[in-house]
Design a protein. Structure first.
Length: 607
Protein backbone atom coordinates (compact mmCIF):
# COMPACT_ATOMS: atom_id res chain seq x y z
CA UNK A 1 0.00 0.00 0.00
CA UNK A 2 1.46 3.25 -1.09
CA UNK A 3 1.25 5.89 1.65
CA UNK A 4 2.99 8.62 -0.43
CA UNK A 5 0.45 11.22 -1.46
CA UNK A 6 2.76 12.78 -4.05
CA UNK A 7 1.52 12.76 -7.61
CA UNK A 8 3.76 10.51 -9.84
CA UNK A 9 3.75 13.18 -12.50
CA UNK A 10 5.08 15.72 -10.05
CA UNK A 11 7.84 13.25 -9.04
CA UNK A 12 8.91 12.86 -12.66
CA UNK A 13 8.95 16.61 -13.18
CA UNK A 14 11.01 17.09 -10.04
CA UNK A 15 13.54 14.43 -11.10
CA UNK A 16 13.77 15.96 -14.51
CA UNK A 17 14.33 19.40 -13.00
CA UNK A 18 17.01 18.04 -10.67
CA UNK A 19 18.91 16.29 -13.45
CA UNK A 20 18.78 19.31 -15.87
CA UNK A 21 21.92 21.49 -16.05
CA UNK A 22 21.51 24.83 -14.35
CA UNK A 23 21.81 27.84 -16.78
CA UNK A 24 25.15 29.64 -16.61
CA UNK A 25 25.08 33.27 -15.54
CA UNK A 26 25.25 35.72 -18.49
CA UNK A 27 28.73 37.13 -19.24
CA UNK A 28 29.26 40.90 -19.45
CA UNK A 29 30.84 42.08 -22.74
CA UNK A 30 34.27 43.62 -22.64
CA UNK A 31 33.99 47.36 -22.33
CA UNK A 32 34.92 49.26 -25.51
CA UNK A 33 38.27 50.97 -25.61
CA UNK A 34 38.00 54.72 -26.24
CA UNK A 35 41.10 56.46 -27.52
CA UNK A 36 41.35 60.22 -27.93
CA UNK A 37 42.54 61.22 -31.39
CA UNK A 38 44.82 64.19 -30.84
CA UNK A 39 44.33 65.72 -34.30
CA UNK A 40 41.35 65.89 -36.61
CA UNK A 41 41.72 63.30 -39.38
CA UNK A 42 42.37 64.55 -42.90
CA UNK A 43 39.24 64.98 -44.98
CA UNK A 44 38.42 65.99 -48.54
CA UNK A 45 35.26 68.09 -48.53
CA UNK A 46 35.48 69.88 -51.91
CA UNK A 47 35.88 68.50 -55.43
CA UNK A 48 39.15 70.43 -55.90
CA UNK A 49 41.14 70.51 -52.68
CA UNK A 50 44.54 70.75 -51.09
CA UNK A 51 44.95 67.88 -48.64
CA UNK A 52 48.18 67.67 -46.69
CA UNK A 53 49.90 69.92 -49.22
CA UNK A 54 48.87 67.96 -52.32
CA UNK A 55 46.13 68.66 -54.84
CA UNK A 56 43.22 66.26 -55.31
CA UNK A 57 40.28 66.47 -57.72
CA UNK A 58 37.03 64.50 -57.60
CA UNK A 59 34.94 63.42 -60.56
CA UNK A 60 31.81 61.35 -60.88
CA UNK A 61 32.45 59.31 -64.03
CA UNK A 62 30.05 57.01 -65.83
CA UNK A 63 31.48 53.49 -65.87
CA UNK A 64 30.56 50.07 -67.25
CA UNK A 65 31.09 47.22 -64.78
CA UNK A 66 31.48 43.70 -66.22
CA UNK A 67 31.20 40.86 -63.68
CA UNK A 68 32.11 37.33 -64.83
CA UNK A 69 32.72 35.82 -61.38
CA UNK A 70 31.68 36.65 -57.84
CA UNK A 71 31.01 34.99 -54.50
CA UNK A 72 27.58 34.67 -53.00
CA UNK A 73 26.73 35.29 -49.35
CA UNK A 74 27.92 31.83 -48.39
CA UNK A 75 31.28 32.34 -50.07
CA UNK A 76 30.59 30.04 -52.99
CA UNK A 77 32.13 31.14 -56.30
CA UNK A 78 29.55 31.85 -58.98
CA UNK A 79 30.39 32.25 -62.67
CA UNK A 80 28.29 34.39 -64.98
CA UNK A 81 28.08 33.32 -68.60
CA UNK A 82 27.52 35.68 -70.28
CA UNK A 83 29.08 38.20 -67.87
CA UNK A 84 26.76 40.50 -65.99
CA UNK A 85 27.07 44.12 -67.13
CA UNK A 86 25.93 47.15 -65.15
CA UNK A 87 26.36 50.87 -65.79
CA UNK A 88 26.44 53.76 -63.39
CA UNK A 89 28.48 56.63 -62.00
CA UNK A 90 31.38 56.15 -59.67
CA UNK A 91 33.44 58.61 -57.67
CA UNK A 92 37.09 58.85 -58.68
CA UNK A 93 39.78 60.93 -56.96
CA UNK A 94 42.74 62.12 -59.03
CA UNK A 95 45.97 63.14 -57.31
CA UNK A 96 48.14 65.92 -58.72
CA UNK A 97 50.75 63.40 -59.91
CA UNK A 98 48.14 61.60 -62.05
CA UNK A 99 47.38 58.67 -59.79
CA UNK A 100 43.67 57.76 -59.89
CA UNK A 101 41.80 56.27 -56.91
CA UNK A 102 38.39 54.63 -57.05
CA UNK A 103 39.04 52.05 -59.77
CA UNK A 104 41.74 49.42 -59.47
CA UNK A 105 43.16 51.43 -56.57
CA UNK A 106 40.46 51.73 -53.88
CA UNK A 107 39.60 55.06 -52.27
CA UNK A 108 40.74 53.67 -48.92
CA UNK A 109 44.34 53.94 -50.16
CA UNK A 110 44.07 57.74 -50.20
CA UNK A 111 44.88 57.95 -46.52
CA UNK A 112 42.05 60.35 -45.73
CA UNK A 113 38.28 60.40 -45.70
CA UNK A 114 36.30 61.63 -48.70
CA UNK A 115 33.16 63.54 -47.67
CA UNK A 116 31.53 64.36 -51.01
CA UNK A 117 27.83 63.54 -51.04
CA UNK A 118 26.34 65.86 -53.64
CA UNK A 119 27.04 65.26 -57.32
CA UNK A 120 27.70 68.52 -59.23
CA UNK A 121 26.41 69.31 -62.71
CA UNK A 122 28.10 66.82 -65.12
CA UNK A 123 28.76 69.66 -67.60
CA UNK A 124 30.99 71.32 -64.99
CA UNK A 125 32.92 68.28 -63.75
CA UNK A 126 35.99 66.62 -65.20
CA UNK A 127 35.20 64.20 -68.04
CA UNK A 128 36.43 60.63 -68.26
CA UNK A 129 38.46 61.48 -71.35
CA UNK A 130 40.11 64.37 -69.53
CA UNK A 131 41.02 62.17 -66.57
CA UNK A 132 42.53 59.53 -68.86
CA UNK A 133 44.68 62.16 -70.56
CA UNK A 134 45.86 63.47 -67.21
CA UNK A 135 46.58 59.95 -65.96
CA UNK A 136 48.71 59.32 -69.05
CA UNK A 137 50.81 62.43 -68.31
CA UNK A 138 49.14 64.98 -70.60
CA UNK A 139 49.48 68.40 -68.91
CA UNK A 140 48.03 71.44 -70.70
CA UNK A 141 50.21 74.55 -70.67
CA UNK A 142 48.93 77.14 -68.14
CA UNK A 143 49.86 79.96 -70.50
CA UNK A 144 48.07 78.20 -73.36
CA UNK A 145 44.92 77.84 -71.26
CA UNK A 146 45.20 81.51 -70.24
CA UNK A 147 45.43 82.68 -73.87
CA UNK A 148 42.42 80.55 -74.81
CA UNK A 149 40.42 82.12 -71.99
CA UNK A 150 41.33 85.56 -73.31
CA UNK A 151 40.21 84.52 -76.78
CA UNK A 152 36.83 83.32 -75.49
CA UNK A 153 36.20 86.43 -73.38
CA UNK A 154 37.27 88.78 -76.18
CA UNK A 155 35.02 86.92 -78.62
CA UNK A 156 31.85 87.78 -76.66
CA UNK A 157 32.46 90.83 -74.45
CA UNK A 158 33.13 94.46 -75.34
CA UNK A 159 34.97 96.34 -72.56
CA UNK A 160 34.76 99.73 -74.22
CA UNK A 161 35.01 102.51 -71.58
CA UNK A 162 35.67 100.03 -68.77
CA UNK A 163 38.62 100.07 -66.36
CA UNK A 164 41.28 99.53 -69.05
CA UNK A 165 41.74 98.62 -72.71
CA UNK A 166 40.09 95.53 -74.22
CA UNK A 167 43.12 93.25 -73.93
CA UNK A 168 43.92 94.16 -70.33
CA UNK A 169 40.31 93.68 -69.26
CA UNK A 170 40.24 90.24 -70.89
CA UNK A 171 43.43 89.37 -69.01
CA UNK A 172 41.88 90.58 -65.75
CA UNK A 173 38.78 88.41 -66.18
CA UNK A 174 40.90 85.41 -67.27
CA UNK A 175 43.06 85.73 -64.12
CA UNK A 176 39.92 85.82 -61.96
CA UNK A 177 38.58 82.69 -63.69
CA UNK A 178 41.82 80.76 -63.13
CA UNK A 179 41.92 81.94 -59.50
CA UNK A 180 38.52 80.27 -58.99
CA UNK A 181 40.15 76.93 -59.88
CA UNK A 182 42.92 77.56 -57.35
CA UNK A 183 40.64 78.71 -54.54
CA UNK A 184 41.91 76.23 -51.95
CA UNK A 185 45.37 77.84 -52.14
CA UNK A 186 44.12 81.27 -51.03
CA UNK A 187 42.94 82.70 -47.73
CA UNK A 188 40.80 85.42 -49.31
CA UNK A 189 38.90 85.71 -52.58
CA UNK A 190 37.61 88.76 -54.41
CA UNK A 191 34.18 89.22 -55.95
CA UNK A 192 33.33 90.78 -59.30
CA UNK A 193 30.48 93.28 -59.51
CA UNK A 194 29.45 93.81 -63.14
CA UNK A 195 27.77 97.19 -63.26
CA UNK A 196 25.96 98.86 -66.16
CA UNK A 197 22.66 99.88 -67.63
CA UNK A 198 20.34 97.47 -69.41
CA UNK A 199 21.82 95.69 -72.44
CA UNK A 200 25.37 96.68 -71.46
CA UNK A 201 26.57 93.07 -71.71
CA UNK A 202 26.89 92.45 -67.99
CA UNK A 203 24.60 89.40 -68.07
CA UNK A 204 26.53 87.93 -71.01
CA UNK A 205 29.77 88.31 -69.08
CA UNK A 206 28.16 86.80 -65.99
CA UNK A 207 26.96 83.75 -67.91
CA UNK A 208 30.44 83.39 -69.43
CA UNK A 209 31.96 83.44 -65.94
CA UNK A 210 29.49 80.76 -64.89
CA UNK A 211 30.62 78.59 -67.82
CA UNK A 212 34.36 79.02 -67.27
CA UNK A 213 34.79 79.22 -63.49
CA UNK A 214 35.17 76.25 -61.19
CA UNK A 215 31.75 74.53 -60.92
CA UNK A 216 30.26 77.91 -61.88
CA UNK A 217 26.52 78.38 -61.49
CA UNK A 218 24.39 81.12 -63.05
CA UNK A 219 21.81 82.06 -60.41
CA UNK A 220 18.73 84.23 -60.68
CA UNK A 221 17.28 85.89 -57.60
CA UNK A 222 14.63 83.16 -57.45
CA UNK A 223 17.18 80.40 -56.79
CA UNK A 224 16.59 78.47 -53.58
CA UNK A 225 18.82 78.99 -50.59
CA UNK A 226 19.32 75.23 -50.17
CA UNK A 227 20.92 74.94 -53.61
CA UNK A 228 23.17 77.96 -52.97
CA UNK A 229 24.20 76.47 -49.66
CA UNK A 230 25.35 73.16 -51.16
CA UNK A 231 27.18 74.81 -54.07
CA UNK A 232 28.96 77.25 -51.77
CA UNK A 233 30.00 74.33 -49.59
CA UNK A 234 31.74 72.82 -52.64
CA UNK A 235 33.56 76.07 -53.45
CA UNK A 236 31.58 76.67 -56.64
CA UNK A 237 31.69 80.09 -58.28
CA UNK A 238 28.25 81.61 -57.68
CA UNK A 239 27.16 84.09 -60.36
CA UNK A 240 24.14 86.18 -59.31
CA UNK A 241 22.14 87.97 -61.97
CA UNK A 242 20.13 91.08 -61.00
CA UNK A 243 21.92 91.19 -57.66
CA UNK A 244 20.02 94.27 -56.50
CA UNK A 245 17.00 92.00 -56.00
CA UNK A 246 18.92 90.39 -53.14
CA UNK A 247 20.86 93.30 -51.67
CA UNK A 248 18.54 96.29 -52.06
CA UNK A 249 14.99 95.00 -51.63
CA UNK A 250 13.14 95.78 -48.41
CA UNK A 251 12.07 92.15 -48.07
CA UNK A 252 15.63 90.82 -48.26
CA UNK A 253 16.21 87.09 -48.03
CA UNK A 254 18.43 87.17 -44.96
CA UNK A 255 19.71 83.62 -45.49
CA UNK A 256 20.90 84.46 -49.00
CA UNK A 257 22.30 87.78 -47.85
CA UNK A 258 24.30 86.20 -45.03
CA UNK A 259 25.68 83.65 -47.47
CA UNK A 260 26.83 86.50 -49.72
CA UNK A 261 28.50 88.60 -47.05
CA UNK A 262 30.57 86.06 -45.12
CA UNK A 263 32.29 84.04 -47.80
CA UNK A 264 35.34 86.00 -48.93
CA UNK A 265 37.68 84.60 -46.25
CA UNK A 266 38.84 81.04 -45.64
CA UNK A 267 37.10 79.49 -42.68
CA UNK A 268 33.92 81.53 -43.16
CA UNK A 269 31.01 79.32 -42.17
CA UNK A 270 27.27 79.81 -41.98
CA UNK A 271 25.47 77.89 -39.19
CA UNK A 272 22.16 76.34 -40.23
CA UNK A 273 19.47 74.32 -38.51
CA UNK A 274 18.75 71.12 -40.44
CA UNK A 275 16.62 68.07 -39.55
CA UNK A 276 18.71 65.20 -38.20
CA UNK A 277 18.25 61.42 -38.59
CA UNK A 278 16.40 61.23 -35.25
CA UNK A 279 13.88 63.87 -36.40
CA UNK A 280 15.44 66.55 -34.22
CA UNK A 281 16.98 69.78 -35.42
CA UNK A 282 20.75 69.85 -35.63
CA UNK A 283 23.31 72.57 -36.41
CA UNK A 284 25.19 72.21 -39.68
CA UNK A 285 28.12 74.49 -40.53
CA UNK A 286 28.32 75.40 -44.22
CA UNK A 287 31.66 76.40 -45.69
CA UNK A 288 30.77 79.66 -47.44
CA UNK A 289 34.26 80.43 -48.82
CA UNK A 290 33.81 80.59 -52.57
CA UNK A 291 34.15 83.02 -55.51
CA UNK A 292 31.16 85.19 -56.40
CA UNK A 293 30.23 87.43 -59.29
CA UNK A 294 27.25 89.77 -59.54
CA UNK A 295 25.53 91.69 -62.30
CA UNK A 296 23.46 94.72 -61.37
CA UNK A 297 22.34 98.11 -62.61
CA UNK A 298 23.00 99.63 -59.20
CA UNK A 299 26.42 99.91 -57.61
CA UNK A 300 27.20 97.63 -54.64
CA UNK A 301 26.55 98.59 -51.05
CA UNK A 302 29.55 99.49 -48.92
CA UNK A 303 30.01 96.00 -47.49
CA UNK A 304 30.04 94.22 -50.84
CA UNK A 305 32.00 97.05 -52.46
CA UNK A 306 34.89 96.51 -50.06
CA UNK A 307 35.06 92.87 -51.17
CA UNK A 308 34.44 93.40 -54.88
CA UNK A 309 36.04 94.77 -58.01
CA UNK A 310 33.37 96.79 -59.79
CA UNK A 311 33.56 96.35 -63.57
CA UNK A 312 31.77 99.25 -65.34
CA UNK A 313 30.16 98.30 -68.66
CA UNK A 314 28.31 100.22 -71.37
CA UNK A 315 26.19 99.08 -74.30
CA UNK A 316 28.35 97.94 -77.21
CA UNK A 317 28.19 99.23 -80.77
CA UNK A 318 30.12 96.18 -81.96
CA UNK A 319 27.60 94.25 -84.07
CA UNK A 320 29.54 90.98 -83.88
CA UNK A 321 29.85 90.89 -80.08
CA UNK A 322 26.40 92.35 -79.55
CA UNK A 323 24.58 89.69 -81.59
CA UNK A 324 26.07 86.47 -80.19
CA UNK A 325 25.19 84.67 -76.99
CA UNK A 326 27.73 82.84 -74.77
CA UNK A 327 25.09 80.16 -74.20
CA UNK A 328 25.46 79.16 -77.85
CA UNK A 329 28.25 76.62 -77.50
CA UNK A 330 28.64 76.36 -81.27
CA UNK A 331 29.88 79.97 -81.30
CA UNK A 332 32.75 79.32 -78.92
CA UNK A 333 36.13 79.91 -80.60
CA UNK A 334 37.43 76.68 -79.07
CA UNK A 335 35.97 73.38 -77.87
CA UNK A 336 34.12 73.99 -74.60
CA UNK A 337 34.50 70.45 -73.22
CA UNK A 338 38.23 70.51 -73.88
CA UNK A 339 38.42 73.91 -72.20
CA UNK A 340 36.72 72.69 -69.02
CA UNK A 341 38.90 69.56 -68.88
CA UNK A 342 42.06 71.63 -69.30
CA UNK A 343 40.97 74.01 -66.53
CA UNK A 344 40.52 71.04 -64.21
CA UNK A 345 43.98 69.80 -65.18
CA UNK A 346 45.63 73.21 -64.68
CA UNK A 347 43.86 73.69 -61.37
CA UNK A 348 44.85 70.27 -60.02
CA UNK A 349 48.40 70.33 -61.36
CA UNK A 350 49.26 73.75 -59.93
CA UNK A 351 47.15 74.02 -56.80
CA UNK A 352 49.92 73.04 -54.39
CA UNK A 353 52.35 75.74 -55.58
CA UNK A 354 49.92 78.67 -55.42
CA UNK A 355 50.25 79.40 -51.66
CA UNK A 356 53.83 80.45 -52.42
CA UNK A 357 52.65 83.05 -54.95
CA UNK A 358 49.87 84.23 -52.67
CA UNK A 359 52.46 84.89 -49.98
CA UNK A 360 54.68 86.66 -52.52
CA UNK A 361 51.85 89.05 -53.41
CA UNK A 362 51.29 89.86 -49.74
CA UNK A 363 54.95 90.79 -49.40
CA UNK A 364 55.38 92.71 -52.68
CA UNK A 365 52.06 94.24 -53.71
CA UNK A 366 51.69 98.01 -53.75
CA UNK A 367 48.20 97.66 -52.23
CA UNK A 368 47.66 97.12 -48.53
CA UNK A 369 44.96 95.58 -46.35
CA UNK A 370 41.34 95.68 -47.47
CA UNK A 371 42.28 97.37 -50.76
CA UNK A 372 44.44 94.36 -51.68
CA UNK A 373 42.00 91.61 -50.75
CA UNK A 374 39.76 91.65 -53.86
CA UNK A 375 42.87 91.70 -56.07
CA UNK A 376 45.03 89.19 -54.24
CA UNK A 377 44.03 86.07 -56.16
CA UNK A 378 44.26 87.91 -59.49
CA UNK A 379 47.73 89.24 -58.70
CA UNK A 380 48.95 85.84 -57.47
CA UNK A 381 47.76 84.15 -60.66
CA UNK A 382 49.34 86.92 -62.75
CA UNK A 383 52.70 86.51 -60.99
CA UNK A 384 52.59 82.73 -61.42
CA UNK A 385 51.66 83.02 -65.11
CA UNK A 386 54.66 85.29 -65.67
CA UNK A 387 56.81 82.35 -64.57
CA UNK A 388 54.89 80.29 -67.13
CA UNK A 389 55.81 82.67 -69.94
CA UNK A 390 53.17 85.44 -69.97
CA UNK A 391 55.39 88.50 -70.06
CA UNK A 392 54.51 91.63 -68.08
CA UNK A 393 51.18 90.28 -66.81
CA UNK A 394 51.77 91.04 -63.14
CA UNK A 395 52.78 94.62 -63.90
CA UNK A 396 49.64 95.17 -65.97
CA UNK A 397 47.41 93.73 -63.26
CA UNK A 398 49.16 95.77 -60.59
CA UNK A 399 48.75 98.96 -62.60
CA UNK A 400 45.03 98.39 -63.13
CA UNK A 401 44.59 97.59 -59.42
CA UNK A 402 46.22 100.92 -58.49
CA UNK A 403 44.25 102.89 -61.07
CA UNK A 404 41.08 101.26 -59.78
CA UNK A 405 41.64 102.81 -56.36
CA UNK A 406 41.38 106.26 -57.96
CA UNK A 407 38.01 105.41 -59.54
CA UNK A 408 36.40 103.81 -56.52
CA UNK A 409 34.53 106.95 -55.48
CA UNK A 410 32.70 106.81 -58.82
CA UNK A 411 32.09 103.07 -58.71
CA UNK A 412 30.90 102.68 -55.12
CA UNK A 413 28.40 104.25 -52.76
CA UNK A 414 29.86 107.25 -50.91
CA UNK A 415 31.64 106.40 -47.68
CA UNK A 416 31.17 109.17 -45.13
CA UNK A 417 34.31 108.12 -43.25
CA UNK A 418 36.36 108.98 -46.34
CA UNK A 419 34.68 112.36 -46.51
CA UNK A 420 35.62 113.10 -42.89
CA UNK A 421 39.26 112.04 -43.46
CA UNK A 422 39.40 114.27 -46.53
CA UNK A 423 37.88 117.13 -44.52
CA UNK A 424 40.49 116.66 -41.78
CA UNK A 425 43.14 116.91 -44.47
CA UNK A 426 41.70 120.24 -45.56
CA UNK A 427 41.64 121.45 -41.97
CA UNK A 428 45.29 120.42 -41.57
CA UNK A 429 46.46 122.81 -44.31
CA UNK A 430 45.75 125.91 -42.26
CA UNK A 431 47.48 124.29 -39.28
CA UNK A 432 50.55 123.51 -41.36
CA UNK A 433 50.80 127.17 -42.40
CA UNK A 434 51.64 127.84 -38.76
CA UNK A 435 54.74 125.70 -38.98
CA UNK A 436 55.39 125.54 -35.24
CA UNK A 437 52.02 123.89 -34.61
CA UNK A 438 53.05 120.90 -36.72
CA UNK A 439 56.82 120.81 -36.36
CA UNK A 440 56.93 121.27 -32.61
CA UNK A 441 54.02 119.05 -31.66
CA UNK A 442 53.20 116.85 -34.63
CA UNK A 443 49.47 117.51 -34.30
CA UNK A 444 46.84 120.18 -34.64
CA UNK A 445 43.60 120.76 -32.77
CA UNK A 446 40.32 121.39 -34.53
CA UNK A 447 36.69 121.90 -33.55
CA UNK A 448 33.90 119.68 -34.83
CA UNK A 449 32.19 122.74 -36.28
CA UNK A 450 35.23 123.44 -38.49
CA UNK A 451 35.30 119.85 -39.69
CA UNK A 452 31.58 120.01 -40.50
CA UNK A 453 32.18 123.10 -42.64
CA UNK A 454 35.07 121.43 -44.47
CA UNK A 455 33.12 118.17 -44.95
CA UNK A 456 30.24 120.03 -46.60
CA UNK A 457 32.74 121.78 -48.84
CA UNK A 458 34.23 118.41 -49.88
CA UNK A 459 30.77 116.99 -50.67
CA UNK A 460 29.83 119.98 -52.82
CA UNK A 461 33.14 120.24 -54.69
CA UNK A 462 33.36 116.49 -55.44
CA UNK A 463 29.62 116.18 -56.11
CA UNK A 464 29.27 113.32 -53.61
CA UNK A 465 25.80 111.87 -53.19
CA UNK A 466 25.40 112.71 -49.50
CA UNK A 467 22.62 114.90 -48.14
CA UNK A 468 24.23 118.06 -46.71
CA UNK A 469 21.46 118.37 -44.12
CA UNK A 470 22.67 115.11 -42.58
CA UNK A 471 26.23 116.40 -42.16
CA UNK A 472 26.10 117.81 -38.64
CA UNK A 473 28.29 118.02 -35.55
CA UNK A 474 26.86 114.87 -34.02
CA UNK A 475 27.50 112.66 -37.08
CA UNK A 476 30.94 114.13 -37.78
CA UNK A 477 31.96 113.91 -34.11
CA UNK A 478 30.94 110.26 -33.91
CA UNK A 479 32.95 109.48 -37.06
CA UNK A 480 36.07 111.20 -35.71
CA UNK A 481 35.65 109.28 -32.46
CA UNK A 482 35.41 105.96 -34.30
CA UNK A 483 38.69 106.83 -36.02
CA UNK A 484 40.20 106.84 -32.51
CA UNK A 485 41.37 110.44 -32.38
CA UNK A 486 41.64 112.08 -28.96
CA UNK A 487 39.19 114.69 -27.79
CA UNK A 488 40.48 117.73 -25.88
CA UNK A 489 38.71 119.97 -23.35
CA UNK A 490 36.71 122.86 -24.73
CA UNK A 491 38.26 126.26 -23.96
CA UNK A 492 36.43 127.48 -20.89
CA UNK A 493 34.17 124.41 -21.12
CA UNK A 494 32.15 126.01 -23.90
CA UNK A 495 31.80 125.85 -27.63
CA UNK A 496 32.09 123.03 -30.14
CA UNK A 497 33.86 119.83 -29.18
CA UNK A 498 37.54 119.79 -30.13
CA UNK A 499 39.81 116.98 -31.34
CA UNK A 500 43.56 116.50 -31.47
CA UNK A 501 44.64 115.22 -34.88
CA UNK A 502 48.14 113.77 -35.23
CA UNK A 503 49.48 113.98 -38.77
CA UNK A 504 51.00 110.52 -38.53
CA UNK A 505 47.60 109.00 -37.69
CA UNK A 506 45.82 111.06 -40.35
CA UNK A 507 48.20 109.91 -43.08
CA UNK A 508 47.93 106.26 -42.05
CA UNK A 509 44.13 106.48 -42.15
CA UNK A 510 44.25 108.21 -45.54
CA UNK A 511 46.30 105.32 -46.91
CA UNK A 512 43.97 102.72 -45.39
CA UNK A 513 40.82 104.41 -46.74
CA UNK A 514 42.38 105.34 -50.09
CA UNK A 515 41.98 109.08 -49.57
CA UNK A 516 44.28 111.52 -51.37
CA UNK A 517 45.50 114.24 -49.03
CA UNK A 518 46.64 117.69 -50.22
CA UNK A 519 50.30 118.12 -51.19
CA UNK A 520 50.81 120.46 -48.26
CA UNK A 521 50.35 117.45 -45.99
CA UNK A 522 52.23 114.84 -48.01
CA UNK A 523 55.25 117.17 -48.02
CA UNK A 524 55.45 116.51 -44.30
CA UNK A 525 55.46 112.73 -44.62
CA UNK A 526 58.81 112.48 -42.84
CA UNK A 527 57.17 114.09 -39.81
CA UNK A 528 54.12 111.85 -39.90
CA UNK A 529 56.07 108.63 -39.39
CA UNK A 530 56.94 109.61 -35.85
CA UNK A 531 54.86 108.66 -32.88
CA UNK A 532 53.58 111.27 -30.42
CA UNK A 533 55.39 109.69 -27.45
CA UNK A 534 58.69 111.19 -28.67
CA UNK A 535 57.41 114.63 -27.71
CA UNK A 536 58.29 116.14 -24.32
CA UNK A 537 60.49 114.41 -21.78
CA UNK A 538 63.97 112.95 -21.78
CA UNK A 539 65.76 113.22 -25.12
CA UNK A 540 62.74 115.00 -26.58
CA UNK A 541 61.23 118.43 -26.94
CA UNK A 542 61.88 120.61 -23.89
CA UNK A 543 63.59 117.66 -22.15
CA UNK A 544 67.05 116.61 -21.11
CA UNK A 545 69.46 116.90 -24.06
CA UNK A 546 66.51 118.15 -26.11
CA UNK A 547 65.78 121.42 -27.87
CA UNK A 548 63.99 124.30 -26.26
CA UNK A 549 60.52 124.85 -27.63
CA UNK A 550 61.18 128.53 -28.08
CA UNK A 551 64.23 127.95 -30.26
CA UNK A 552 63.72 129.47 -33.71
CA UNK A 553 64.72 127.94 -37.04
CA UNK A 554 67.41 130.60 -37.52
CA UNK A 555 69.17 129.57 -34.31
CA UNK A 556 69.29 125.88 -35.09
CA UNK A 557 72.74 124.31 -34.50
CA UNK A 558 74.91 123.07 -37.36
CA UNK A 559 75.01 119.37 -38.34
CA UNK A 560 78.10 117.19 -38.75
CA UNK A 561 78.35 113.61 -40.15
CA UNK A 562 78.86 111.13 -37.31
CA UNK A 563 78.42 107.44 -36.52
CA UNK A 564 79.40 107.81 -32.85
CA UNK A 565 75.95 106.89 -31.65
CA UNK A 566 75.07 103.88 -29.46
CA UNK A 567 71.31 104.32 -29.40
CA UNK A 568 69.43 103.54 -32.68
CA UNK A 569 66.69 105.73 -34.11
CA UNK A 570 63.47 104.62 -32.47
CA UNK A 571 61.56 105.04 -35.75
CA UNK A 572 63.72 103.22 -38.32
CA UNK A 573 66.37 101.52 -36.16
CA UNK A 574 69.28 103.12 -38.03
CA UNK A 575 72.61 103.99 -36.41
CA UNK A 576 73.51 106.49 -39.16
CA UNK A 577 73.14 110.05 -37.78
CA UNK A 578 73.95 113.69 -38.26
CA UNK A 579 75.39 115.10 -35.04
CA UNK A 580 74.38 118.59 -33.94
CA UNK A 581 76.96 121.09 -32.74
CA UNK A 582 75.16 121.21 -29.40
CA UNK A 583 75.46 117.45 -28.95
CA UNK A 584 72.03 116.38 -30.29
CA UNK A 585 71.40 113.97 -33.19
CA UNK A 586 69.39 113.79 -36.45
CA UNK A 587 68.74 110.43 -38.16
CA UNK A 588 70.04 110.36 -41.77
CA UNK A 589 67.60 107.66 -42.86
CA UNK A 590 64.51 109.52 -41.68
CA UNK A 591 65.83 112.84 -43.03
CA UNK A 592 67.96 111.96 -46.07
CA UNK A 593 67.28 114.87 -48.45
CA UNK A 594 66.70 118.35 -47.06
CA UNK A 595 69.00 119.29 -44.20
CA UNK A 596 66.98 122.34 -43.23
CA UNK A 597 63.87 120.20 -43.03
CA UNK A 598 65.91 117.67 -41.06
CA UNK A 599 66.88 120.38 -38.59
CA UNK A 600 63.21 121.29 -38.12
CA UNK A 601 62.18 117.66 -37.83
CA UNK A 602 64.79 116.77 -35.23
CA UNK A 603 62.36 118.06 -32.63
CA UNK A 604 60.40 114.85 -33.17
CA UNK A 605 63.42 112.53 -33.49
CA UNK A 606 64.83 110.49 -30.60
CA UNK A 607 67.82 112.37 -29.24
Amino acid sequence: MNNNNTNPTEIQLAEHSHNAEAPEPSLEPVAPVITIIEEEPLEMTRPLSLVNGKGYAAAWIKVKITVSEEKDKKGILIKHNPPRITKGKRLFIVREDGKVFGGSIPLENLGFEVSLVEKPDPDKTWSGAGIKRYEMGDRPSPSGVFYRLIKIIDHYIDFNKSLADQRTMCELIACWVIASWLLDAFNVTGYLWLNGERESGKTDLLSLLAELSCLGQFISHTGSFASLRDMANYGAALCFDDAENITYQNDKDQDKLSLLLVGNHRGAKVPLKVPGPDKTWQIRLINAFCPRAFSAIRIPDLTLASRSITIPMVRTSDRKRGNIDPADIEEWPCDRRQMIDDLWAVGLGNLSQMPMWDKWVGENSALVGRNLQPWRGILAVARWLEEEGVQGLFQRMQEISLEYQKERLELELPDFTRVVIQALGGCAISAISAISAIIKRGYFEISVADVVTEARKVIQEDDIAIDLDKVNSRVVGMTIGRLRFDSVPRPGGRGSRRWRIYLCDLMKLAESYNVSLPEEITNYQQIAVYEPQSIDGTDGLDGTDGTEASQSNSSMPELYPSTNREKPCYSCGSMDYWQRSDGGWVCKICHPQNLMQAIKSLLLCQQ
